[in-house]
Structures are given as structure tokens and as C-alpha cells.
Ligand binder design. Structure first.
Ligand code: TA6
Length: 239
């Protein structure tokens, strides 16, 4: 097992990288051909204590306000370890594995033993997969403060207008729900680590097991995953 560093880089070549901050195992950057795909607030705090405002956090063991401990649980404010440093697979994909386990602090909040494993794969876009996608689904547009948990959502979503008007495809497995959040101007004031002018440039879309808990018996495991896929506009306009 490698010694922990604070930031881990997955580099697929061709200026395509993914940066993971071990504070919360938060994916703080995903660049494709040098273009950033993720939103991180200009006011994000990197003090190793506060959750990082933006990127892709891990929410565990609870979503939302939690009487036992921090909002959205403790995984996003825990220092994760590196189980497997970034490695190029025979396919060319780059993989890294991160983990966190219970400790004295987590047990003082939530008295369970656990091991969370987070496997990240930076994979080259597969254009043929993308073509399958375009079919009519209900579009959720954001024009005001939005904070919703959609239950039992389809396995795939397209987020539009992500980077320079491009689209991002989300595929989720074993995550029945989708959270959509944008504080808009009114609520941006309540989020100190988000600039008041940043809300038009972000949308939070989270795949999760949110509306119902997962109950794990001792010694059993739960696995879920999501794939985020960026696009060139011409790929999505193919149909
Ligand atoms: O994911 C949506 C949400 O639960 C919203 O209700 C909103 O409060 C947001 O998360 C931010 O939470 P945070 O703890 O990061 O300030």
C-alpha cells in the first residue's frame, strides 16, 4: 500500500487527467483535452477540514442534515488512503483505488466498523456508446433555487450546457436516486464557500442511495458506481 499524499493524479495522456484530493477523496479536477469538466468554487476551502465546495465528493454514511454528525456524513471530510496508486491497465485506462475505514472519530459519531473502497477509472471516450444515447427523456431545467431528490430515476442522465455548452452523460449503477441542487442567487448567500456570482456556472447532480437507506449485515458489502462521460458536441448531435 502506498503512502498517502494529499493529491493523486490520474493521467491518461493527451492532456486528459483526473485529480483526487485525499480530503474526502474528492475529485477536484477532470480535464479532457485540457478542458476542465468539473465545477469547483473560487471560494472553495482547502484546509483539510471543510468539505471541498465542488468537484465530486463521496457522501457516506448519510445524505443531508444528520443529527449524529456533519451534513452529508463524514466521508467527504475524512482523509482517505490510497489502496492502489494510478496504474495503466492493458486497455489503456488508468485506475486508482482509494479507501477509508472507521476510526475513533467516526465511531464516536456512528458506532459501526466499515471499509469504503472507491475505485476510479479514467477511460477513453467510446464514441459508439455515446451514439446509443440520444432518446427523449424529460428535461429538468434550472431557473431558480432547486434542491430535489428524484427517486428511482433512469440509469442514464444527460447534463447539458456543462463546459462551453457541451453535454455530460451520467450512467449510474445501483444508485436509485438523483439529487439536483443549485442554490441560485437567494441561497448562494447561505453558502460562504461559493461566490455569489457562481451559481449560473454550476449544477450539482448526484447519484445516490438517498431516499432509502442501505442496510448492511455484518460482513456484507454494497457496491455502486457511476460513469461520467464528456462529449464533443458533434457526437451528441449525431442523430
Ligand atoms: O446535495 C444537495 C444538498 O443537500 C443541498 O440541500 C445543499 O444544502 C447542498 O447539498 C450543500 O450542502 P453542504 O453541506 O455541502 O453545504
Amino acid at each position: 500500500m502506498a503512502a498517502a499524499t494529499s493529491v493523486v493524479l490520474l493521467d491518461r495522456g493527451n492532456n486528459t487527467t483526473c485529480t483526487i484530493n485525499l480530503h474526502g477523496a474528492t475529485v477536484v479536477s477532470w480535464r479532457v483535452n485540457n478542458q476542465e469538466q468539473l465545477f469547483v468554487s473560487k471560494a472553495a476551502i482547502f484546509d483539510g477540514k471543510a468539505p471541498i465546495r465542488g468537484g465530486i465528493p463521496v457522501v457516506f454514511p448519510h445524505f443531508g442534515p444528520w443529527s449524529y454528525g456533519p451534513n452529508h456524513g463524514f466521508a467527504r471530510v475524512t482523509q482517505w488512503g490510497v489502496e492502489k496508486r494510478p496504474e495503466r491497465l492493458p486497455s489503456g485506462d488508468v485506475e486508482a483505488i482509494f479507501f477509508c475505514t472507521d476510526n475513533e472519530w467516526t465511531r464516536s459519531i456512528w458506532h459501526y466498523q466499515f471499509r469504503l473502497t472507491y475505485r476510479l477509472i479514467l477511460r477513453e471516450k467510446r464514441t459508439r456508446d455515446m451514439v446509443i444515447y440520444q432518446e427523449g427523456r424529460e428535461a429538468v431545467t434550472i431557473g431558480e433555487w432547486t434542491d430535489r431528490i428524484y427517486q428511482n430515476t433512469p440509469q442514464e442522465h444527460i447534463i447539458t450546457n456543462v463546459v462551453s455548452g457541451r453535454k455530460m452523460r451520467v450512467q449510474k449503477y445501483n444508485f436509485p436516486d438523483t439529487v439536483v441542487w443549485n442554490p441560485w442567487l437567494d441561497h448562494s448567500k447561505d453558502v460562504p464557500d461559493l461566490g455569489e456570482d457562481e451559481y449560473p456556472n454550476m449544477i450539482c447532480v448526484e447519484s445516490g442511495h438517498v431516499s432509502s437507506p442501505v442496510v448492511l449485515l455484518p460482513g456484507t458489502a454494497f457496491e455502486a458506481s457511476q460513469i461520467l462521460q464528456g462529449s464533443d458536441p458533434y457526437v451528441f448531435t449525431y442523430f
